[in-house]
Design a protein. Sequence first.
Length: 419
Amino acid sequence: MDKKKKVVILGAGFGGFAAAREFNWLSKWLPGVDITIVDQNNYHLFVPLLYMVCAGGIDPESICFPLRSHLRNGGTVSPIMFRECKVESVDFENRRLIADRLELPYDYLVFAPGSHTNFYGIPDIEPHVFELKTIRDGMSVHNRILECFETALLETDEQRRRFQLTFVIVGGGPTGVETACMISAFIFKSLVRDFHSLTKLAKIVMVEATGTLLGGSRPEIAKIAYERLTCCGVEVMLGCPAAKVTTEGIHMKDGRFVSARTVLWGAGVRADPLAAPMPADKAKDGRVLINQNLEVPKIPGLYVIGDCAYREQPDSTRAYPPTAQVALRQGKACARNIANHVLGRQQEPFRYKFKGDLIFLGRNHAVGEIGNMVIKGFPAFAIYELYYLTRLMGFKNKLTTLIDWAYDYFYERNTVKLG
């Protein structure tokens, strides 16, 4: 009878992959433990740079890192293994993970499936919008922009041309702002060379439900982002909650309507549906309440990290945000806590102090804060690119991204449709 302890990591996003890498190092002190990471893709996607794929700024492969290349023995055998399959459900009572091609029993489960797009209850919206969650989403948006210009070139009616060339981005958070700036540069700096007669008809609209951009950031950062978007030719509509999206465009709750063939949705995220049946307390957005050790209270052995986890910060009523920075730290801390529990040691409370954030605002421009200092312009832009370049995994990914950025900076972006 196999008496080895079994750890299963559900998801290879920032939290899950960070936990797997930490276990990869800790496994030599855990001879009686088998670790298995499960994901439907055999790569880790570097989501913070996904918006660059949309506008031909970098090659899709540059932000996809093969999981097996960072695991001992390629993740095929114990002590740490990777299995490519789609998880269908989790039997929390009997401690079994059920996937399309296997079932895995576990003693410890690291629950890190990530998040899904939040449509805030708007009905029948998914068929009419582009999401920004997967590598396919990034490629689809890129192809759609090019397709719209090719189609507009064949149109003889100017109103239909404007319809084809209007792009709406819903959501004024970091994803929406960065995507809008990137698409603006793609259209007005790169495609203008190939479609000079059409770019003057192109229009980019940002729709934000609240009265400010980058909610949660300092007012001065939101102001800088607003001014930069306007400078880039983006029309910003604040205080405009979306009510309906159709094939003809987007309707607002206040009655306004924007005619557009393409609507990109970057207005927020919600916990993965796999978290819904979990017998645990949850926040309003569906995230699971966890204790200071990242464990679900009253369910020993179940740890939740990343976008599905809800934990208020020390001395604050605000929860840790669902960002890559937090997920990475949670992944490492979770692996160490499980190792401590296996070895009979005391677990350590999770602590994370916000160190800063940067938002891309186009060529030579970014804005954000490091510590308590607000930085903007080219210095912020240089730090932004250097930071994310160092965070990419794999020498090849770093090199190809650097080449893509240099080619984009000094020449033009990729205008080929992606397969």
